[in-house]
Design a binder for this molecule. Structure first.
Ligand SMILES: Nc1ncnc2c1ncn2[C@@H]1O[C@H](COP(=O)(O)OP(=O)(O)OP(=O)(O)O)[C@@H](O)[C@H]1O
Length: 924
């Protein structure tokens, strides 16, 4: 094999989205990705990796091309490779690797590796001969099992409680062996030769289905084993020499054999039994899983710590089967990529921090991958490389100075690219800010328009002297749209009423006018007038006739007198003539009068007709008026009814408003109270966390002091004893504080879960009411929440969200210190807690001190127990007293009742006697 090149383990972080359960628990996303950088932040912690996928980092789809494709490429050049998915249970390892045959399977890394592998083979198959083998094993409870062994039992829910394979008795267990040249092999595992993608996929499928899985509180299909899918690629290719300046192959230089392995590892997830809720078999599995991962962590620590590496500290590969199998992948002959899978949920902060710290250490591991070819081809390759190197040097000398320019240009391109990326990022941020801000602005504008509109309406009403309408009155809980509608309706009604009034007034005026006109006719009795005129005419006619008769008689007398022609007669004739003339004049006068009367009679007829017409008109106007009045009455009644119902509604609304107010106040008080309790608890937790932080910091510095002491002057006996005692006190206090913080953490998690549950119900009910549906009856908590008004619900939702965010921050802070404590504890345990003790004397002194402290603690405990016993005794006495007084009270009540009964009997006896006496007197 050729000389190895140094190459660090690459670490990519894969952040999965919040999943259903976490959302239900109201978890917040507590992981931030620094834009444009492979850097993640949790609380005050910040970590930089090679890549970050998911969340606001690079898209998960880019993971294969950026991280894994180079490894697949390396396989064809003879380099071993390993992809290692690590993370807490349920963080997405199986999803990322694609070994689960579930949702993420097709997009998982292993299927992509297989595709890429066969695509490359297809393009190279004319010049190279390939052979592929796959093996698929799992490590379950420190036992290596073959997932491709078809003689094993098929997948079933086995007696030991997990779904998976059971090794057939009689078959030799798989052994881990190390060859003479340090290569780790699995003796007894099946290596299936595959030649097509389909065959390889079938192996993956068979093994994945056989893998041991089980359901826990944190993942209903949790992998209970570490699974390793290994692809071995062997290739034999013809070698040709190429002369400088001529790329076409010429001389045949024999064959080259390369053999490389790609391990695709899906580790079981680290877990806390308390959180996964595992007991029995799951619990035991969990212990094995954590043991294996701890061993892996120790290997990573030993390899990742530069100081230790330089010191040549022993790497505990043999502590577990997992580390033994991964010996080459970590610090050995392999190009390795670790994918740290994390959940963004705040409830997982501690585990996420641990994963990130683990992964961060892994970044420091230096591997030494070599091209795996056989020895002869290896030597040939070395010589070829030498030749190529010399040729390259020759070429470089020929070109000389231009390489500086190229470098300058490269730098410039890099700078331009960085600036471009920055600008793109700024643009993106600006756009996303706009996208967030705009709707509010639009809303604002819209609300302004609405205000202007409603102001306009109010002004309109004011200008019409309608100020007595309750336009400005605001009713709690009333919809402004409804108010506008109501005001519009009232306005419409008033306008209509005004028009009606105007019409009625006009009618009245017309009626008055007509009636006054009518009055002109009204004073005259037309019939009597007619009779009067008729009589007058008849009188005039009779008079005329009498006058004519008189005239005729006078004319006859005049003729007679004319025949007599004496003087007297002449005289009489003259008298008669004069009389006649007078009568003629009288007749003419009477004729005139008669004509006048006829004229008058005609006029009268005309005016009669006019009066009739007027009368008709008056009738018509009156009918119109009645109709109008009827209509007005009807409308008024309708309006009154509408107004009454509206007022009733308003009253109802006011009542509801008051109820809402009351509810709101109650809710505000509840919110306030809960917030205060939460704040108090959070403050307590913060105090404990702060103290723990201080203690951890102090321990760091005291560890440094100790090392200084050890390196420098050795302390005197007494001061050493004192410092050891202080150290022990400190250790104990740290332990207690860790316990306290964990206790607070658990409590806070419970409070948070309760808040989240309520929030989820509120949101569900709110969604139902938004969709116009009624929430499911009988569902827990729904009935209480659905009786709340929507305003109250929204207020409560806001308050719960606020509390959840306070709780989330507190959880993250606590988890951060707990993870820190765990980290220190692990490092400390690795070094040995008792390394501080340098002599037997130290140990004895410390033991004495511990004995005294334990004795004191026990004595104090005893005193406390005694006090508790005393208090219990007092409590018992009190309870007895209470019981006695209760019994006495009952006795008194009983006596009282008896007395009352006796009085009642006495009274009735007296009454009975009186009645008997009365009857006796009646009879007697
Ligand atoms: N990137 C992702 N996008 C969407 N869902 C995901 C993603 N990663 C994981 N999940 C979902 O999260 C859940 C847990 O994932 P998975 O089983 O892969 O976790 P795990 O780390 O393998 O857990 P364990 O260690 O218990 O086996 C699954 O329901 C899975 O579908």
């Amino acid at each position: 094999m050729e000389a190895a090149e140094d190459c660090c383990v690459k670490v990519a972080v894969h952040i999965r989205p919040l999943i259903g359960d976490e959302r239900l628990q109201g978890c917040k996303d507590c992981v931030t990705v620094v834009p444009g950088k492979p850097q993640v932040q949790i609380g005050t912690h910040s970590f930089t990796f090679d890549h970050v996928y998911g969340s606001t980092g690079s898209p998960s789809s880019a993971m294969f091309e950026e991280c894994i494709a180079p490894l697949v490429d390396g396989l064809f050049h003879g380099y071993n490779a390993t992809v290692l998915a690590y993370g807490q249970t349920g963080s997405g390892k199986t999803y990322t690797m694609g070994t689960g045959f579930k949702d993420g399977y097709q997009t998982g890394l292993i299927p992509q590796v297989m595709n890429s592998l066969f695509n490359t083979i297809e393009t190279l198959k004319h010049q190279t001969e390939f052979q592929l083998h796959v093996s698929f094993i799992e490590i379950l409870k420190e036992e290596v099992r073959d997932l491709l062994d078809s003689t094993s039992m098929s997948k079933s829910e086995s007696s030991n409680g997990h779904v998976g394979k059971v090794t057939v008795p009689g078959r030799l267990p798989i052994q881990i062996r190390e060859t003479s040249n340090g290569v780790i092999t699995l003796a007894g595992s099946i290596e299936v030769a595959v030649s097509t993608l389909k065959e390889m996929a079938a192996c993956l499928e068979q093994g994945s289905l056989s893998r041991a899985t089980g359901s826990t509180n944190m993942n209903n299909q949790s992998s209970r084993s570490h699974a390793i899918f290994t692809i071995t690629l062997e290739q034999m290719r013809k070698l040709h020499s190429t002369s400088p300046g001529n790329n076409s192959p010429n001389e045949d230089m024999g064959e080259e054999y390369l053999c490389a392995k790609l391990h695709l590892v899906d580790l079981a997830g680290s877990e806390r039994a308390k959180r996964t809720g595992s007991d029995g078999i799951r619990f035991k599995e969990g212990i094995h899983i954590n043991k294996g991962l701890l061993a892996l962590g120790n290997v990573i620590s030993a390899l990742g710590d530069e100081k230790k590496r330089k010191e040549g500290v022993h790497v505990p590969y043999r502590d577990s089967k997992l580390t033994r199998l991964l010996q080459d992948s970590l610090g050995g002959n392999s190009k390795t990529v670790m994918i740290a899978c994390i959940s963004p949920a705040d409830i997982n902060t501690e585990e996420t921090l641990n994963t990130l710290k683990y992964a961060n250490r892994a970044r420091n591991i230096q591997n030494k991958p070599v091209v795996n070819r056989d020895l002869i081809t290896n030597d040939m390759q070395k010589m070829r490389q030498q030749l190529e190197f010399l040729q390259a040097e020759l070429c470089a000398r020929g070109r000389g100075a231009s390489s500086d320019e190229v470098q300058v240009l490269k730098d410039r391109i890099a700078w331009l690219e960085a600036t471009n990326a920055k600008l793109c990022h700024e643009l993106h941020e600006y756009r996303s800010r706009r996208a967030v801000v705009d709707p509010y602005e639009i809303d604002d504008q819209e609300s302004k328009i609405c205000l202007v509109k409603s102001d306009g309406l109010k002004r309109g009403l004011q200008s019409m002297d309608l100020l007595d309408y309750p336009v400005g009155e605001s009713i709690t809980g009333e919809n402004p749209g409804e108010i506008d509608e109501e005001v519009t309706k009232e306005l419409e009604y008033v306008l209509w009423q005004n028009t009606m009034d105007k019409e009625l007034n006009e009618l009245n005026q017309r009626l008055e006018q007509k009636e006054s006109e009518m009055k002109l006719f009204g004073g005259i009795d037309t019939e009597s007038l007619k009779q009067h005129f008729g009589k007058k005419i008849t009188e005039v006619e009779e008079e005329k006739r009498a006058v004519q008769q008189e005239r005729d008689r006078l004319l006859a007398e005049v003729e007679n007198l004319a025949a007599a022609s004496d003087g007297q007669t002449q005289k009489m004739q003259d008298v008669h003539s004069q009389k006649l003339k007078a009568l003629e004049a009288q007749i003419i006068d009477l004729k005139k009068k008669q004509e006048n009367q006829v004229q008058l009679l005609k006029q009268k007829q005309k005016s009669d007709e006019a009066a009739k017409r007027l009368q008709d008109e008056i009738q018509c106007i009156k009918a119109q008026k009645v109709q109008l009045q009827h209509k007005i009455k009807q409308e008024a009644e309708q309006f009154r009814q509408w107004k009454a119902s509206r007022e009733k509604e308003l009253l109802q609304l006011r009542k509801e408003g008051r109820r809402n107010d009351y509810e709101r106040h109650k809710l505000l008080a509840l919110n306030q109270r809960q917030k205060m309790v939460l704040q108090r608890k959070t403050e307590e937790a913060a105090m404990a966390t702060k103290r723990l932080k201080e203690l951890l910091e102090a321990r760091k510095s005291s560890a440094r002091d100790n090392s200084v002491n050890c390196n420098g002057h050795s302390p005197t006996g007494q001061s050493n004893e004192k410092s050891l005692q202080r150290w022990l006190d400190h250790e104990l206090e740290v332990m207690v504080k860790v316990h306290e913080v964990r206790f607070e953490y658990e409590k806070q998690s419970q409070v948070r879960a309760a808040l989240a549950e309520e929030l989820a119900i509120l949101k569900e009910v709110d969604q139902f009411s938004f969709d116009g549906l009624s929430p499911p009856r009988g569902k827990n908590g729904h009935s209480r929440v659905s009786s709340m008004s929507s305003n109250a619900r929204l207020t409560r939702i806001a308050s719960l969200e606020n509390m959840l965010s306070i709780s989330s921050n507190a959880l993250v802070a606590m988890a951060s210190q707990l993870s820190e404590a765990e980290e220190r504890e692990r490092a400390f345990t690795g070094r040995g807690r008792w390394n501080q003790l340098r002599s037997m004397g130290d140990a004895k002194n410390l033991l004495q001190y511990m004995f005294n402290a334990a004795g004191d603690a026990r004595c104090q405990l005893w005193e406390k127990e005694m006090q508790i016993m005393e208090m219990k005794g007092q409590l018992n006495e009190l309870v007895t007293l209470l019981r006695q007084s209760e019994a006495q009270r009952k006795e008194i009540v009983k006596e009282q009742k008896l007395r009352e009964q006796a009085v009642a009997i006495a009274l009735s006896t007296v009454k009975f006697r009186e009645v008997t006496k009365f009857i006796e007197t009646l009879c007697g």
